[in-house]
Design a protein around this ligand. Structure first.
Ligand code: AMP
Length: 542
């Protein structure tokens, strides 16, 4: 039998992060572009006072521990206050993705049993359209002041008025660290969305680990701007890990186009940012078209979907280091980050680049493995690929209100297919649903897309499977050209020669004006497959 240790059993609670920020970095700034159109700035100290007042206000409204409060909001200081206020008091902060369809929004709000919903001015039409269908919601809180309250047929509460009425004299309650802290629904492509219910413990541990130098590497020296929305897996944990290290925090609000983000980077001296590849496409286009440079921006995390090597190169050329990261809503989200080790110092630039294109190492707290169709472990040789399974301190055990376990022998199947090399670097070859099986052999749609993205005329490219009478499936490339760029089907296909195995070269190319994106900015290949489901490849009769 083991012996019980004699150290304090202090629970890991989210409120400890904001109190740490106040005690040690109290004067550091939080800057936000607001929906009202201006820029707001205050300190961690002022933030915590308002968080305490907000908590009192929720108490007065009758919100109890364990109950859910929803948010429909951009990245901003009021959203941050709700994160800390709701979780800190022991209630559950439910971030809702406003880009979801109306019926999905209603399903989520009803399923979560949200008591109140806090929303940014921009989302008033969404609120008005759904209010009648979600009668369980007791009140709608508009995140603005009296002067900016919108006219509405619905009774609305004013966020600033609620805060002003309170003293801020509040002591953070202490409770079980396994209590639910926040809730985020996956934007799955089939079936109803499913809720990942995080705990205080999982969130604090995730924040700790993600701030490590070889994870995201956050420091009090940094000025950090999460472009990734706070409704996409808690902005990858940055609203927790940034105050934990005391860095200056910059929120972009609703304006996420390249020009607005660039301007904010320059104005606030942003050093570090995070977002999905589609966001950086817009920023890069703006910077390249106007021959701009970044004065302070030096590092960015890119994840959510595979970061094309061409994007890493383009950012490197602007002196920006890219940290490729992989994760999921079910993993809080961080699973891996890609950084080099000391032993790689001797490698050529090209060899280093090759490693950095992978999704990377599991960060401490996450354990991963790959298995074959029978569930048998596959070797870590960088070649064998199979289903990627994970477990860890911030990995889901079961979905909110679901009695079915998603686990396989204690491991969570990610739905991704990957290789892992001898050094532990993981590389995603595909989402299992997107895999292309040609004549019984797999083709990585991500690899094909990455090559296409290297062509200077390509803005975005998706590789999907199309039925083929002989090979069962063959790849087809769907391309959005850069504005004003010329590119023919033949030139695109020729570009693949020598870059991938001959049989990986797509059978056809379709040029489109737009590729549909999911609510979190990923290419919606399911939609493309539907669009081209009756398409006959020119090779079908060959
Ligand atoms: P979500 O829960 O919506 O964030 O989606 C998680 C899924 O996004 C993962 O299972 C992967 O399929 C995909 N994903 C996230 N990051 C990456 C990455 N760096 N490379 C490839 N796929 C990624």
């Amino acid at each position: 039998m083991t012996m019980k240790g004699q150290m304090m059993g202090m629970p890991l609670l989210i409120s400890s992060i904001i109190t740490q920020a106040v005690k040690h970095y109290g004067n550091n700034e939080i800057v936000s572009r607001r929906t009202e159109g201006d820029t707001h700035r205050y300190t961690y100290r002022e933030c915590e006072l308002r968080v305490s007042k907000l908590t009192q206000a929720f108490g007065r409204l009758g919100v109890k521990q364990g109950e859910r409060v929803g948010t429909l909001a951009w990245n901003g200081y009021r959203h941050l206050e709700i994160y800390y206020g709701v979780s800190g008091m022991g209630a559950v902060c439910h971030t809702i993705n406003p880009r979801l369809f109306a019926d999905q929004l209603c399903y989520i709000v009803t399923h979560a049993e949200d008591q109140y919903i806090c929303f940014d001015l921009t989302f008033l039409p969404i609120i008005e359209a759904m209010a009648a269908q979600v009668p369980g919601v007791k009140g709608w809180i508009c995140m603005t002041d009296e002067a900016h309250m919108p006219k509405s047929s619905m009774p609305l509460l004013c966020y600033e008025t609620l805060i002003e009425a309170e003293s801020g004299d509040y002591e953070w309650p202490v409770f079980d660290e396994n209590s639910a802290s926040s809730l985020c629904y996956t934007s799955g492509t089939t079936g109803n969305p499913k809720g990942a219910l995080y705990t205080h413990r999982s969130t604090v541990l995730h924040s700790y680990a993600s701030a490590l130098p070889d994870s995201l590497g956050c420091s009090a020296h940094d000025v950090i701007l999460p472009v990734v929305p706070m409704f996409h897996v808690n902005a990858w944990g940055l609203p927790y890990s940034v105050p934990l290290v005391g860095a200056k925090l910059v929120f972009p609000g609703p304006k996420l186009d390249g020009a607005s983000v660039y301007q904010l980077f320059e104005e606030e001296g942003v050093t570090f940012s995070a977002g999905v590849p589609t966001v950086w496409l817009g920023l890069l286009q703006h910077v390249q078209a106007n021959r701009l440079k970044f004065s302070t921006f030096r590092r960015t995390v890119i994840g959510g979907s595979a970061c094309p090597p061409a994007m890493i190169k383009a950012l490197n050329a602007l002196d920006v280091e890219v940290i490729h990261a992989w994760g999921m809503t079910e993993m809080s989200p961080l699973g891996t980050t890609c950084k080099l080790q000391r032993k790689h110092d001797k490698l050529s630039q090209e060899e280093k680049q090759h490693i950095l294109e992978k999704q990377g190492h599991a960060i401490y707290g996450v354990d991963m493995k790959i298995v074959d169709g029978e569930g048998k472990d596959l070797p870590w040789d960088g070649k064998a690929f199979g289903d990627l399974l994970v477990r860890g301190y911030w990995v889901i055990d079961s979905y909110f209100k679901s009695t079915e376990s998603p686990l396989r022998d204690g491991w969570f199947p990610t739905g991704d297919v990957a290789t892992i090399d001898a050094d532990g670097y993981m590389q995603i070859t595909d989402r299992s649903k997107d895999v292309i099986k040609s004549g019984g052999e797999w083709i990585s749609s991500i690899d094909v897309e990455n090559v296409a993205a290297m062509h200077p005329a390509v803005h975005m490219a998706a590789c999907i499977s199309i039925h083929h009478p002989k090979w069962d499936e063959r790849p087809m490339l769907v391309v959005v050209k850069k504005p004003g760029a010329e590119l023919s089907r033949e030139e695109m296909l020729k570009f693949f020669e020598g870059k991938v195995a001959k049989w990986w070269i797509p059978d056809d190319v379709q040029f489109v004006t737009e590729i549909p994106l999911t609510a979190t900015g990923k290419m919606l290949k399911l939609k493309l497959r539907e669009q081209f489901k009756d398409y006959t490849l020119p090779t079908a009769h060959a």
